[in-house]
Design a protein around this ligand. Structure first.
Ligand SMILES: [Zn+2]
Ligand SMILES: [Zn+2]
Length: 133
């Protein structure tokens, strides 16, 4: 699936080809903190399909407890998260689904790091729902 993404302020725009079957929710605590939300949803794009215009994004290199390092790209103006990738010579970019125009067509197919999921995130059916804020 061809996807088009942009940060909130529009400084960074990009497009890519993704496999919708690989849209994933991550419940790890790093994703909670870096997204400011209960979990993050990402979908991978092969590097040869990913083209970035505008920008460049700011890169934050996160070091995991395991020592694994990962580059997290975000807009320096609006702070919107764009992708994460390997620090050197990335083969794939993990695109943040919320910044993609096609986000409604990318329902997550699996959930990872469920051991750190906030318990209420599994079911929001009973939470009051308004059409607009
Ligand atoms: Zn921006
Ligand atoms: Zn995560």
């Amino acid at each position: 699936m061809k996807v088009r993404g942009r940060c909130h302020c529009g400084r960074i725009r990009y497009d890519a080809i993704v496999d919708p079957e690989r849209a994933t929710i991550c419940h790890c605590s790093d994703c909670q903190m870096l997204s400011g939300s209960a979990y993050r949803i990402s979908v991978p794009a092969a590097s040869e399909t990913f083209s970035l215009r505008g920008g460049p994004p700011t890169i934050y290199v996160k070091t995991a407890d395991s020592g694994n390092r990962r580059a997290h790209a975000f807009c320096p103006d609006c702070g919107a998260p764009i992708y994460s990738s390997a620090v050197c010579d990335p083969q794939t970019y993990s695109l943040r689904v919320g910044c993609l125009e096609e986000r409604a067509m990318l329902p997550p197919r699996r959930q990872i790091w469920c051991q750190s999921a906030v318990p209420w995130s599994a079911n929001l059916e009973a939470v009051e729902q308004l059409e607009r804020g």
